[in-house]
Design a protein around this ligand. Structure first.
Ligand code: LLP
Length: 401
């Protein structure tokens, strides 16, 4: 058990706390599920890009799935093997493409024909052959929140199967492109197996037809998306997930790449915040805390559920809406939650905050981004210090005339 009160006293609130042992267990469970094949677990850095978190996964042998050159650089700095780094994203700039090629990472994952031509031109300039994969949009409904659904043709991601085929044929003939991978990612927080299996089947069939025309795909990248339990969701077991994918790959000699983010870090993260005040507006109870939507935006943005617990012994329980100090009605962590009566200073734990928590934080309302702490083998350590006012203004102050 993590001693939240001790950590809140030591590091102050608001605060993110990460259980590195949980991260490790999740990684090992997924890696084991794929043991029948060669596999690379490429941690989706966007879920939690703290350098120490990436370093932890790198130490376990993880690769990195990146969506900007900034993430690629973080991964390299944290010690991820460059041949386990994939760079995806619908809108890569020339400078990002160039740097990724110079850094010689495993794959640039392409999302359009236009982008392929840019990568080819830049590789030519550099006198290099770019290792690429192509993101296929399998047009399958992942049955998740529309904002985090990505594998339907109405979404902006990837290209359809026919376009992908044409791109592979073009790339195969190019002196500067080496089409060695294929990719799909249908969405995030997936809790049903069938859409994943269907997508994998569709993409595996494309790999077979490519083989027939001498395009030899070596990396089969199934994206991320494995869901976690926030409340009472039935989640997919890693073993079943791996089996569903493996069952579609018979006869294909490919290395599987899998890009989990939330599954690895989501439930190992906690957001700690303290009560400032309580108040009632016409009978509606509000608990006002020192954390806010700028620190953890998932409830405001997706109406996402996060379990909220007050660490006090009060038996007097009633419904409350937990809000932060930001000047927006959307600034809440939970609405009408059964919560004990609180006193100023009481500690509140918000669960499942390890993924898309800190990475989506901002300085809105000129609030300072909070500190992050790792707990590993019962020891705690700071992995990002709290920002200061000087940090907040550092990119502006020199221009104040
Ligand atoms: N690979 C690709 C290409 C992705 O776009 C994503 C997530 C992942 C892997 C990792 O997905 P995961 O295993 O974490 O589900 N901010 C939203 C989630 C956005 C996910 C974006 N892409 C949230 O807080 O729910």
């Amino acid at each position: 058990m993590i001693d939240f009160k001790y950590l809140a006293n030591k590091y102050q609130t608001p605060l993110y706390v990460y259980d590195f042992n949980h991260f490790e267990n999740q990684y090992n469970e997924l890696k084991k599920a794929f043991k029948a094949r060669k596999s690379i677990i490429a941690y989706a850095v966007k879920a939690n890009s703290n350098l120490s978190v990436i370093k932890k996964f790198a130490s376990l042998g993880s690769g990195a799935d990146c969506v900007s050159i900034g993430e690629v650089k973080r991964a390299l700095l944290a010690g991820v093997d460059k041949y386990k780094i994939i760079f995806s994203g619908v809108g890569k700039r020339d400078d990002e493409i160039k740097e990724a090629l110079i850094k010689d990472i495993l794959l640039l994952n392409l999302e359009s024909e236009a982008e392929m031509k840019r990568v080819e031109a830049i590789a030519k300039e550099l006198g290099k052959k770019a290792r690429i994969s192509i993101r296929v949009n399998p047009d399958i409904d992942p049955k998740t929140h529309p904002y985090i659904s990505t594998g339907l043709s109405e979404n902006k991601f990837g290209v359809d199967v026919e376009v992908a085929k044409g791109m592979y044929i073009y790339a195969k003939k190019s002196e500067y492109l080496d089409p060695v991978g294929i990719h799909f990612h249908i969405g995030s927080q997936l809790t049903e197996l069938e859409p994943i299996k269907e997508a994998s089947e569709k993409v595996a069939n494309l790999v077979r037809s490519l083989k027939a025309i001498n395009v030899d795909i070596k990396f089969f990248d199934v994206g991320g998306g494995l869901g976690i339990r926030y409340k009472d969701e039935e989640t997919i077991k890693p073993y079943d997930y791996a089996q569903a994918i493996l069952s579609t790959l018979s006869g294909l000699d490919v290395t599987i790449i899998c890009e989990p983010g939330r599954f690895l870090v989501g439930n190992g993260g906690y957001f700690l915040t303290r009560v400032l005040y309580e108040k009632e507006n016409k009978g509606k109870r509000f608990v006002i805390v020192d954390g806010a939507m700028n620190d953890l935006i998932r409830p405001s943005l997706y109406n996402a559920y996060h379990k909220i617990e007050v660490l006090n012994d009060n038996q007097e329980i009633s419904k409350a809406t937990i809000v932060g100090p930001i000047c927006e009605s959307g600034d809440f962590f939970g609405k009408d939650v059964e919560l004990p009566k609180t006193n100023p200073g009481d500690l509140i734990v918000i669960y499942s905050a390890g993924a898309y928590g800190f990475t989506m934080a901002s300085n809105y309302n000129s609030r300072l981004r909070v500190a992050e702490v790792a707990v590993e083998n019962k020891e705690d350590r700071l992995i990002r210090r709290r920002e200061t006012f000087a940090d907040l203004i550092k990119c502006e102050i020199d221009y104040l005339v």
